[in-house]
Ligand binder design. Sequence first.
Ligand code: PMP
Length: 440
Amino acid sequence: MDPSPLFYQAGPALPEVSHAKGVYLWDETGRQYLDGCSGAISCNLGHGRNDIREAMLAQLDRVAFTYRTQFENAPAVALAKALVGFTQQQLEKVFFVSSGSEAVESALKLARQYFVARGEPQRRRFVSLRPSYHGSTLGALGVTGYQPLEAPFRDIAIGSLKVAGPDFYRHDDTDDGRHVARVLADTRAAIEAAGPDTIAAFVLEPVGGASTGARKLDRSYLAGIRALCDEFGCLLILDEVLTGIGRTGTWFAYQHYGVTPDLLSTAKGLGAGYYPVGAVLSRADIVETVMASGGFQHGHTYAGNPLACATGLAVVEAIEREKILDNVAARGRQLAAGLEALKARFPWVGDVRGLGLLWGVELVADAASKAPFPAEQNRFARITVLAREEGLLIYPRRTLDGIAGDHFLITPPLTIDAADTAELLTRLERAMQRFDREVP
Ligand code: PMP
């Protein structure tokens, strides 16, 4: 390959992709890869689907783009109705965007404008977790708790109050709820110190994505955060950019926890890799208040265009038609059992955690003390290279915020079958055997 004019992150030269089908991709040399992470946890229906292609072509033949202030479009209305239905009408209004960062950014701005419209302009701050990832635009970055990404922009991003969430791996007193109670008490104290009436919203992921290696929250914690938001009069924004649209086995991850947000951001799986499409779902009265104050002062050119929404609609129709949420539950159990078996074999697998088809594997230098590998060893990068050499794509990250260390996500397409799940585990096992020989 000639030197490329593209620039992203520094890293090894990448193979050039040739084509893909189902859960497999091939590069130009003919090498095959099992997509164990759905690209960026986005190709949730796998590659090369004819139904999505047909829906997109049909919409392209009709009209690809119209602007939201000039035309209503049927796919947008139908997709919005479907999304509202997935929340059992608890979130009744939908604002379309084109990415996860835009979905979070839009939710933050909607929350802020709601309080301005209500005559509470002092509510201008957000609370979020450390570690967390909410996107790369300055607002979404402002609520992101992930040092390397924040550092160059800290003094120009909006900033937020960062608090610790529960960590069920590194605390062993979870059974009696003391850990959650302590985390909630610390969060309350931090908000009280900052001034509860300055807070517009609490933003969090119901299951952490790349930033935490699929660290789960739990019912009591989320119920506690919901109660704090209600007591302090701020909104609860759930970032379901990664967890939404079936990834955890329910349409939205919050549905596992019995807690309803006021605003919800989603993206990745909605376009399923076929087209960028995201959305903010909102309580109706929030939108009504904002609209009555002169409208939402926010928008993006490509928001809710017909092609994007026809793609999203085809995606959610496929999930319903093929009962893909049931598959997520079944394959999730298979994957969890396989990962637990690998954990039992390799002492440097510290933790396996997840929900549905969102699984994280945390690597530690010492299982007893749970000490992470030294950062300079870049173990997360090494296991990724080994997995790739064994024909498996995984999604790696190292958390540098002193909480978790090296980890990777296993998040195959929601359509994966039992045989390919077994194949995924076999390839991972081969990579782990090689990794094991390298660990001192
Ligand atoms: N929030 C979460 C939880 C995410 O995982 C991501 C993407 N990794 C984003 C926001 C940002 O989405 P995008 O990359 O589409 O802007």
